[in-house]
Design a protein around this ligand. Structure first.
Ligand code: NAD
Length: 468
């Protein structure tokens, strides 16, 4: 889903809110319409887009000039917040889209942050540690005036990690001596005042989003046939089918695309929930898909990946690590015959070109924007359930909030406290979205999430006197 699709969806939700008279009650209808339209205009546009360049001296002797971005979309619900990605696909339009998604995600989950995103146009695999350290510090130098614990708080994303964030915090502290610096970034290492559990949080939350639906929400709601929504009858049948399957000793088969921070952890959670009938049948990274219909050993795959920074992809490597798996092309994972497909890699994986190949019943967007709007609508018509990014991958920002809060109250939370709080906050939003989507909405689950987020943002804009 790209920037223009995100903006069109915002417009459609605003149009829908105009029909919903229970929201933003006002006597004058014309005035109310104008107010809602101006909220749409504000939220479709971006507060600030900063493009800069970082210069890095390469080990081979030349100096390279690399495009770098920080986009601050909207801060009506709190300080700007959003990750920094290092990827050769980074461009202004992608970073802006991701910043808009952050505003919506934080609003959907009731977090006191606005939305931002950053990016550096490099493939981090092509750079040495010294060069990456330099790029990270230069990034902070370029954007220093716009970042800070009560201004804009970045975190890791695709291609970045806690080591890079620690370097960035170090640079922030050098630039701002004597100032509070710990809350300037989240996703720091635990030794550097990071939150315990932050590394795993997005993957755990992504897993939880479909586990909660299949193992908790649906078994509870299916008892009550009165509450069903006609528009969702085919999704209800899909849930019945999966429920019957795993009650007949047949596990729910899961495939995970992307085996990094998000995908590796989501796969491990599914693997560790074998007792609740979840089985990981396939995983992939950008080089390979590994499949085993009897279930992959995710612990061994993670052990290999930690050592080599990628999945094994030859028979010799698999034999050496005693891993039973068939080796396939990285693209093959998308069309596999599994029950749940978790996307945890990059954008634009399911589009109108390949949407008819999808066999999974439940698609979970651990990554940002992997399913296009056309594919979302088409797959929903086929009875499939698509759990959208701003709902599924919020575990990280929930824990980021606790990490930021920790820096303000100067008190450290235990890993158990953090993961329990994140799980309870995620469950509360999942319950609200599933309730609206399955029991009353006629739209997609993404539309439902946008609607909840836009209601919150519009109310705040209105109460702050920004809408006339
Ligand atoms: P990561 O860099 O740790 O891992 C990315 C994984 O995807 C790697 O296994 C890589 O090999 C694979 N990959 C990259 N390009 C691919 C391609 N074209 N096809 C197939 N696989 C590919 O990144 P991450 O932090 O796990 O982030 C993954 C996604 O989740 C991104 O879309 C990111 O924006 C989103 N996300 C991450 C977080 C977080 O806390 N890390 C939070 C919210 C959303």
């Amino acid at each position: 889903m790209d920037r223009s699709q995100t903006k069109v969806l915002i417009e459609e939700v605003i149009k829908d809110l105009k029909q919903n008279n229970e929201f933003l009650e006002m006597d004058n209808l014309e005035e109310r319409n104008k107010t809602l339209e101006s909220a749409g205009e504000i939220l479709k546009t971006t507060d600030k887009i900063i493009k800069s360049y970082v210069r890095v001296s390469r080990d081979v002797g030349n100096i390279e000039r690399i495009p770098a971005y920080r986009v601050q979309h909207n801060n009506i619900s709190g300080f700007y917040k959003g990750g920094i990605r290092f990827s050769e696909d980074v461009d202004e339009s992608e970073v802006e889209n991701l910043a808009i998604l952050m505003t919506l995600k934080n609003a959907l989950h009731g977090l006191p942050f606005g939305g931002a995103k950053g990016g550096v146009e490099i493939n981090p695999r092509d750079y040495t540690d010294r060069e990456l350290n330099l790029i990270s510090k230069k990034y902070v130098q370029r954007f220093a005036l716009n970042l800070g614990p009560t201004q804009d708080i970045p975190a890791p994303d695709l291609g970045t990690n806690e080591r890079i964030i620690d370097w960035m915090v170090g640079e922030y502290k050098t630039i701002h001596p004597g100032q509070a610096y710990s809350g300037s970034f989240t996703g720091k290492s635990v030794e550097n005042n990071g939150a315990k559990g932050r590394r795993e949080a997005t993957g755990i939350g992504t897993f939880l989003s479909y586990f909660y639906l299949l193992n908790e929400w649906f078994p509870e709601k299916r008892k009550d046939s009165e509450i069903r929504n006609e528009a969702r009858s085919s999704q209800w049948e899909t849930l019945e089918k999966l429920h019957t399957k795993f009650n007949e000793a047949d596990p729910v088969d899961v495939a995970v695309q992307g085996f990094g921070n998000v995908g590796g952890v989501a796969a491990l959670e599914a693997y560790n929930n074998a007792a609740a009938k979840h089985r990981v049948a396939a995983v992939s990274d950008q080089f390979v898909t590994l499949m085993n219909p009897e279930g992959l050993n995710v612990e061994k795959l993670l052990y290999y990946t930690r050592k080599h920074n990628r999945l094994p992809d030859t028979r010799e490597q698999l034999r050496e690590y005693k891993i039973e798996a068939e080796v396939k092309d990285p693209k093959d994972i998308i069309s596999m015959d599994v029950d749940v497909m978790v996307f945890a890699a990059v954008e634009d994986q399911v589009t109108k070109e390949n949407m008819k190949d999808i066999q999974a019943d439940v698609l979970v967007e651990g990554a940002n924007a992997p399913v296009s709007v056309e594919a979302d609508l088409y797959l929903q018509e086929q009875g499939k359930i698509i759990i959208p990014d701003i709902l599924a991958n919020a575990g990280g920002v929930h824990v980021s909030y606790l990490e930021w809060k920790q820096s303000r109250v100067t008190e450290m939370y235990s890993k158990e406290e953090i993961l329990e709080e994140m799980g309870s906050q995620m469950r509360s939003t999942l319950k609200q979205v599933f309730g609206e989507y399955f029991l009353s909405s006629e739209h997609t689950m993404r539309f439902t999430c946008y609607s909840i987020a836009l209601r919150r943002l519009t109310s705040l804009l209105y109460k702050h006197g920004k809408l006339f």
